[in-house]
Design a protein around this ligand. Structure first.
Ligand SMILES: Cc1cc2nc3c(=O)[nH]c(=O)nc-3n(C[C@H](O)[C@H](O)[C@H](O)COP(=O)(O)OP(=O)(O)OC[C@H]3O[C@@H](n4cnc5c(N)ncnc54)[C@H](O)[C@@H]3O)c2cc1C
Length: 334
């Protein structure tokens, strides 16, 4: 069993930003980047997208996977030990904290590593609906993030659809109305779950329509490889009637699943299973355990906000370790 001062679990912008700061502070961080943890490649959610156009420093945009490769290289450059394994069990009941990796996590297996401090940066996954055609047109018309993708040319002045009935769906629809010719929100039930104020704004928006009791049943489009979606089959849940509508964009706003199972029951989670952090910090309910990125952020969920919170987690961790007397002191000048 190996001991480290600090272990980072995760591999998105939050994890790598924390790693860069901690490595430069000579704390020798160890980062478990996961082996298809939660079904996502090491590098996190951005590995599932094409161009990222809103991450500062890349005026011409940057591929999501390329951006994460660069972040990983920067972590490694300063000495982060990156391990391509998934942490499958974590024991936070006593210090040092213990952790096990996949396939070696039975009751009789020794922990793979112990640590004085742990940063949870395991991210979240946008829920999908597994509609026929979804796999083919994912990122070729279908998106789970209007703020990320809404401005791209394929959606300009085109009919767009949003699925969902909550505040996020309302917010996304009104955001997309800046770009699309019209935005239709499909709501499975006969009412919106959104707050009254958001519902009122959405219903009054001149470029948005809400279709109640309606679900999408199939995404249809160009048959060519990387062809774009062009239509959506929708179904009235009351009458069962189906129709095919013009649709060049489909945005899911049906929620996210934060990857917090590892710490469930050990630190505080909110009702939607996001890790609760003390506002403005990365402190969780347990001393020595910090969280950053989408696993603790249900509001912004952007690469840059994850990176920012990774910096916060690193600085909070450094302070915590220095209070334990664990931070390397600057060498005396001769
Ligand atoms: C399709 C798509 C497009 C997007 N486009 C943009 C965009 O253009 N601009 C933007 O700012 N944001 C975009 N986002 C959002 C952005 O990707 C996220 O906000 C950001 O990646 C969250 O970073 P994170 O650090 O929380 O980690 P995540 O990116 O969520 O990654 C966490 C990763 O940690 C690893 N992990 C999880 N559990 C474990 C474990 N137990 N052990 C080891 N490793 C583990 C997994 O690989 C996991 O994917 C997009 C998201 C998606 C899905």
């Amino acid at each position: 069993m190996v001991h480290s001062k600090v272990v980072i679990i995760g591999s998105g912008p939050g994890a790598h930003t924390a790693a860069v700061y901690l490595a430069r502070a000579e704390l020798k961080p160890v980062l478990y980047e996961g082996m298809l943890a939660n079904g996502t490649a090491a590098g996190g959610q951005l590995t599932t997208t094409t161009d990222v156009e809103n991450f500062p420093g890349f005026p011409d945009g940057v591929g999501g996977a390329e951006l994460m490769d660069k972040m990983r290289a920067q972590s490694a450059r300063f000495g982060t030990e990156i391990i391509t394994e998934t942490i499958s069990r974590l024991d936070l009941s006593e210090k040092p904290f213990k952790m096990w990796t996949e396939w070696s996590d039975g009751p009789n297996d020794a922990p793979a590593r112990t640590a004085d401090a742990v940063i949870i940066a395991t991210g979240a996954n946008a829920r999908r609906l597994n509609l026929p055609g979804e796999e083919k047109y994912w990122q070729n018309g279908i998106s789970a993030c209007a703020v990320c993708d809404g401005a791209v040319p394929i959606f300009r002045n085109k009919p767009l659809y949003v699925i969902g009935g909550g505040d996020s769906a309302a917010e996304e629809a009104m955001f997309l109305a800046k770009y699309g010719s019209h935005v239709t929100v499909l709501v499975r039930r006969d009412k919106l779950r959104a707050s009254n104020i958001m519902a009122e704004r959405l219903l009054a928006h001149p470029k948005c329509t809400v279709r109640f009791n309606t679900v999408a049943t199939e995404v249809i489009g160009d048959a060519k490889p990387n062809g774009l979606m062009s239509h959506l089959r929708v179904k009235d849940t009351v009458t069962g009637a189906e129709e095919i509508v013009d649709a060049n964009g489909l945005f899911y706003a049906v929620g996210h699943d934060p990857a917090s199972a590892l710490v469930k029951g050990q630190i505080d989670l909110d009702e939607e299973q996001y890790i609760v952090t003390k506002p403005g910090t990365s402190y969780t309910s347990l001393e020595g355990v910090f969280a950053c990125g989408d696993v603790q952020d249900k509001r912004y969920r952007q690469a840059i906000t994850s990176a920012g919170s990774g910096c916060v987690a690193a600085l909070d961790t450094e302070k915590y370790l220095s209070e334990l007397g664990d931070v390397p002191q600057p060498k005396e000048k001769i």
